[in-house]
Ligand binder design. Structure first.
Ligand code: NAD
Ligand code: UD1
Length: 341
């Protein structure tokens, strides 16, 4: 029987989860996936299995279904959990706040209850730089006061508080709240990647869909910000680097007490126009664009101070914007319709 530590991965069929399964496997862990496939395809799991040559167990379960979740946990007895499962579209969360609160908050509460019952107290949680609200001071450090500007962001903020509270009440809990900046890119094989349903909300999948001919042009939301070229600046992080940050976070859990929040970014900002030019170079295609009004809720600039991740996790990003665009493009070119193709 394998002695690899079992890690429960909620939302493991999704974009970041599927990449993390590969990183976990490579690091000698045995991941077990729970996902309701609300925003994912089983093909992602099949492709991860093919890439890793590992029979990664998959359970189609909603986290809010306590009995089903308990059964999975009893069967596999995980030693830790990486919690990706959640709804993540900002605009949708404004239109359907109760759906977001119900899914993200109840799902997490049920998960924590089941894990406590099974005495599994190690957790890495997908938080987001969205918990810094519209903070202006760059780079963002983990001690910037937290706030949220929309229901999605509030679910991240509440869950961070929830984890601090459970860790204060039960000293065996060790939680790492990873605050992701802007995850982009894909596995270098081109076999797995980001596959948004409907019109992409985020920049990189929109750009690759324009490059591949699925959409006529990109809209740049504002070119009058006080940034070097007037367009918004973000800290894009390669999803493979992000996946490795989860492995580093798992390994660091035994040396912390309670809960820690850690930024996961590169520390470098890129503008919308820089991303567009880098994707033109990666794809060898011109990417038409139009300048549109600013998008409500956008900040001009956001980038991380990633030094805590280096100190605490011994992790730092390795891929630059060129690699992010090359890998995102390989995935899009090989899978023009995503997993549906
Ligand atoms: P994703 O939608 O691709 O993955 C989330 C997965 O969770 C999906 O496979 C979905 O089917 C599953 N899921 C949702 N609700 C569930 C439930 N109740 N029970 C079981 N499964 C459920 O998203 P992603 O980009 O991989 O993001 C993963 C996590 O990281 C999310 O929590 C997201 O909020 C967070 N995050 C993402 C970004 C980003 O830009 N992608 C940035 C910051 C934080
Ligand atoms: C957005 C969310 C954030 C969430 C993150 C990951 C908002 C306000 N913020 O971050 O809460 O955690 O996604 O899901 O929605 N842009 C364009 N044209 C486009 C798309 C984007 O010009 O079609 C610009 C944006 O104005 C921004 C940059 O590209 O300057 C990055 O946008 P995006 O990829 O949506 O990420 P964030 O806005 O940083």
């Amino acid at each position: 029987m394998s002695t690899a530590p079992v890690v429960l991965v909620t939302g493991g069929a999704g974009y970041i989860g599927s990449h993390t399964l590969i990183a976990l496997h490579e690091a000698g862990y045995a991941p077990v996936v729970v996902d309701n496939l609300d925003n994912a395809s089983l093909r992602a799991i099949e492709r991860v299995r093919a890439l890793t040559q590992a029979q990664i167990p998959f359970h189609q379960v909603d986290l809010r279904d306590g009995p089903a979740l308990s059964q999975v946990v009893a069967q596999h007895q995980p030693q830790a959990c990486i919690h990706f499962a959640g709804l993540k579209a900002v605009g949708e969360s404004v239109a359907q706040p109760l759906r977001y609160y119900h899914n993200n908050l109840l799902g997490t509460m049920e998960l924590l209850r089941v894990l406590e019952e099974a005495e599994c107290f190690h957790m890495v949680f997908s938080s987001s730089a969205t918990v810094y609200g519209d903070a202006q001071e760059m780079p963002l450090t983990e001690d910037v006061p937290l706030s949220a500007t929309n229901p999605y962001g509030r679910t991240k903020l509440f869950i961070e508080h929830m984890l601090f509270d459970v860790a204060a009440a039960q000293k065996r809990w060790r939680c790492m709240n990873l605050r992701y900046f802007n995850p982009v890119g894909a596995h270098p094989s081109g076999q797995i990647g980001e596959d948004p349903s409907g019109i992409p909300n985020n920049l990189m999948p929109f750009i690759t869909q324009v490059a591949v001919g699925r959409r006529p042009h990109l809209q740049i939301f504002g070119d009058d910000y006080s940034t070097p070229d007037g367009t918004g600046v973000r800290d894009y992080i390669h999803v493979v680097d992000l996946a490795k940050a989860h492995v580093a976070a798992l390994a660091a859990l035994p040396k912390i007490t309670g809960c820690e929040a850690v930024n996961v970014g590169t520390g470098r900002g890129s503008s919308v126009l820089e991303v567009l030019r880098a994707m033109e170079a990666a794809s060898g295609r011109a990417i038409p664009y139009q300048v549109a009004p600013r998008r409500a809720g956008d900040v001009a600039v956001s980038y991380a101070d990633p030094s805590k991740a280096q100190r605490l996790l011994g992790w730092q990003a390795e891929h630059d914007l060129t690699a992010m665009c090359q890998d995102a493009w390989r995935w899009q070119e090989q899978n023009p319709q995503g997993y549906a193709g």
